[in-house]
Design a binder for this molecule. Structure first.
Ligand code: GLU
Length: 496
């Protein structure tokens, strides 16, 4: 069975670029009916950032990524926090020492600094010069008695090459002599990434390691660890780096910010997941708009490309609009509601339209609110746009566009039009879209107007205060006779 994992370190809030690893692994598990594990690699205490774990889990949930094993839910290979597995790593480090594949190193930071300076000055390759590897058993025992606690280093083979078949990049090879004797266990007994990662991938029966290309140079060390323990290797797949559209390293300037910032900006998790999945991976057809289920159905490691993926924020904007349009009325309502429920006090104060929409969502008629969102759905690209777009639905005295008013006020038929429509609304408690259209057409005929638009524009202005918006008859039907009467009455005073 396929078992894959996302193994973040809680050193910050995940960015859009790096959460792609989680997505690829999740899609792989979904596609093959396997398990997706989230393992928290919290062995670097100094770099831990408060709140990062919460942001990691929140980002995954927002994108629609659920895990089968991991934080909050546990699982058969618990614990899923490396900080709770320290004794395991210590005993495996000991096993490596016993088999001669690792050794204790007593070099102090001062010694290491001196070594680095010497190497730099003499233009030698930098790295640990392996001096403690040559210590005899007696020397180690003696040093242990009177020196600082040692670190444990991996004894890399000094000759030959490490070869492996990367599922994305094909054959990869590294010269062993050029690979550092990596620290596996620090002097305080905490493991480094390399040891803990390999031990856990083995114990948690991970079959495929899909991760970013920045880890590829660590892979020979990992392979040497697997070989030293006599463990079976997983499949390695290194996804390409992500660049900006200008070909430079991805940065904030290109929009590579916290994943959750995108939620605040009004993007849908489904759109962001769709966007991220297509950076460096493709379903091998031209399909671009895909739900998370579509992505899972199509996912295969063979679709990951070795060449850099491009992060094009314009594409995300476009995709978001398409995803918004594909929501059903109730999904749309729920998405906007979830989005608006996170509005901060400052945002309320800064944006009265947002305050109105929030009030309507909390206390208004859900059918009316849903209807207003549906009418704006075609035009909106971000969830943030709904507040302004729908504001006139939630304000019975919508401020009238002054330029448009200046145009229509001198036209004598406007006042008569408003009277007629007002009269025809009497006795109705609701109207269909067709009935609204007929009502307007009847008024056009009765007033002998040349153009239908001579009625449509001023009526839209009277009912919404605006010159643009959804179809007039649709919005009339949604407003309903009661609201329309109130609005026309104030417009009659305005245009009269
Ligand atoms: N803890 C590593 C990270 O922060 C995991 C790398 C890997 O997937 O092996 O990305």
């Amino acid at each position: 069975m396929v078992r894959v994992r996302y193994a973040p370190s809680p050193t910050g809030s995940p960015h859009v670029g790096n959460i792609r690893t989680a997505l690829f692994n999740y899609l792989m598990a979904q596609h093959s009916g396997g398990k997706f594990v989230v393992r928290i690699e919290d062995t670097d205490r100094a770099r831990e950032v408060p709140g990062a774990l919460e942001d990691i889990l929140e980002s995954l949930r927002w994108l629609g990524i659920e895990w089968d094993e991991g934080p909050e839910i546990g699982g058969p290979f618990a614990p899923y926090f490396q900080s709770q597995r320290l004794n395991l790593y210590q005993s495996f480090a000991q096993e490596l020492i016993d088999s001669g594949n690792a050794y204790k190193c007593f070099c102090t930071p001062e010694i290491l600094d001196g070594m680095r300076d010497y190497q730099r000055i003499n233009k030698l390759p930098t790295g640990y010069d392996r001096r403690c590897r040559k210590l005899s058993k007696e020397e180690v025992t003696a040093k242990e008695a009177d020196e600082m606690p040692p670190v444990v280093r991996l004894a890399m083979p000094l000759e030959g090459k490490t070869l492996f078949e990367d599922a994305v990049r094909g054959k990869v090879e590294y010269e062993n002599a050029l690979i550092d004797d990596q620290v596996l266990l620090k002097s305080d007994g905490w493991p480094t990434y390399h040891l803990a990662n390999v031990v856990d991938d083995h114990l948690q029966e991970i079959t495929h390691v899909i991760r970013g290309e920045e880890w590829i140079s660590s892979t020979p060390k990992h392979i040497h660890l697997y070989n030293s323990f006599g463990w079976e290797l997983p499949v390695f797949a290194h996804a390409p780096v992500i660049k900006g559209p200008d070909g430079t390293k991805l940065s904030k300037r290109h929009g590579d910010t916290r994943c959750l910032d995108y939620r605040e900006k009004g993007f849908l998790g489904a759109a962001v997941a769709n966007f991220i999945a297509l950076i460096g991976w493709s379903p091998k057809n031209d399909q671009e708009i895909m739900s998370i289920q579509d992505l899972a159905d199509a996912f295969a490691i063979s679709g990951i490309q070795p060449s850099p993926g491009v992060f094009d924020i314009q594409k995300l904007h476009w995709m978001n609009g398409v995803h918004i349009r594909s929501l059903s009325p109730s999904q749309l309502y729920e998405s906007v509601k979830a989005f608006e429920s996170r509005t901060t006090d400052e945002e309320y104060l800064a944006n009265p339209a947002r305050a109105k929409l929030n009030m309507a969502l909390e206390a208004g008629d859900p059918d009316y609110v849903r209807g207003s969102l549906v009418l704006e759905q075609e035009r909106v690209k971000l969830l943030t746009d709904f507040a302004d777009a729908t504001e006139f639905f939630f304000d019975d005295n919508p401020p009238i566009d002054p330029d448009a008013a200046a145009k229509w006020r001198p036209q004598r038929h406007v006042e008569q039009l408003l009277h007629l429509v007002h009269r025809d609304l009497d006795g109705h408690s609701s109207l269909t879209v067709e009935e609204c259209e007929k009502l307007v057409d009847d008024a056009v005929a009765e007033l002998h107007l040349e153009k239908r638009s001579d009625a449509i524009h001023p009526l839209r202005l009277a009912l919404t205060g605006r010159t643009k918006g959804p179809g007039l008859f649709e919005l009339m039907a949604l407003l309903g006779p009661e609201r329309m009467r109130r609005r026309i009455e104030s417009a009659e005073r305005y245009f009269g």
